[in-house]
Design a protein around this ligand. Structure first.
Ligand SMILES: Nc1ncnc2c1ncn2[C@@H]1O[C@H](COP(=O)(O)OP(=O)(O)OP(=O)(O)O)[C@@H](O)[C@H]1O
Ligand SMILES: Cc1cn([C@H]2C[C@H](O)[C@@H](COP(=O)(O)O)O2)c(=O)[nH]c1=O
Length: 216
């Protein structure tokens, strides 16, 4: 590389957590704050979705009867949506030196279809290796709330007409939350657990503090 060349590389950040913990709200605040700090555009995206193929699969996954798909089919559909998203949006953006902030990624599959749905972590990671070359975020924020608070907020937001996942039992959501905490404990170098019970601005400040080491 020519001497004096300025290297600007982007980071891949994911936000995880159960239903209604404030991920979408925080993605918006974080992307705006990063654009201001970095003085360049930031890709704010979500899973499932983020590109036309991913959005088409999102409709299949979130709409319709509660028992529309088996857990294995769901795992395959999430992995397929992720493969499209990684190939068409995430990797190209990182290659261009952009930051990517993503609402949910592989850890959601590990928690929902893996630990809670019954597939092994190895099964989910295998699908991720095939579909998305096993790419992992540089930093993952796990947003946490007291038990039941997130789903209560989501139901209020959606007037009790939530997607196929929101309609599942309290016990299901508790297992998902426990799984996220276990995933974070196993990978402390990638995860930061963020208390999401303050107001949106307070939670946003916690996120920025926990990103300080990656910022220029
Ligand atoms: N810090 C907060 N305090 C109180 N309410 C909040 C806070 N952050 C977000 N909300 C509200 O809670 C609801 C859920 O927030 P949001 O949609 O950001 O969560 P989410 O994690 O993206 O949800 P989902 O997992 O269902 O996509 C929204 O109505 C939002 O306005
Ligand atoms: C990526 C991913 C998501 N899910 C579930 C979790 C949520 O209930 C929905 C997505 O809805 P949101 O309002 O956009 O959060 O899908 C999952 O089970 N597995 C996954 O990999």
């Amino acid at each position: 590389m020519a001497s004096g060349a300025i290297v600007t590389h982007g980071y891949f950040i994911s936000l995880e957590g159960g239903e209604g913990v404030g991920k979408s709200t925080q993605i918006r605040l974080l992307a705006a704050a990063l654009e201001e700090k970095l003085q360049k555009s930031v890709i704010a995206t979500r899973e499932p979705g983020g590109c036309s193929g991913g959005d088409a699969i999102r409709h299949l996954l979130l709409e319709g009867d509660l028992h529309r798909w088996t857990n294995a089919t769901e795992a395959l559909l999430f992995a397929a949506a992720r493969a499209e998203h990684v190939a068409r949006v995430i990797k190209p953006a990182l290659k261009e030196g952009k930051w990517v902030v993503c609402d949910r990624f592989i850890d959601s599959s590990l928690a929902y279809q893996g630990d809670t749905g019954g597939l092994t972590q190895g099964d989910i990671r295998c699908l991720h290796r095939i579909g998305s070359q096993g790419i992992l975020p540089d930093r993952t924020f796990l947003l946490t709330l007291p038990e039941g608070e997130g789903i209560r907020r989501a139901q209020e937001r959606d007037k009790n007409k939530g997607n196929r996942f929101e309609q599942r039992t309290i016990d299901y959501h508790k297992k998902v939350n426990d799984s996220f905490l276990q995933l974070a404990a196993k990978e402390p170098e990638r995860f930061r657990v963020i208390d999401a019970s303050g107001n949106p601005e307070e939670v946003h400040r916690h996120l920025l503090d926990a990103l300080d080491d990656l910022l220029p």
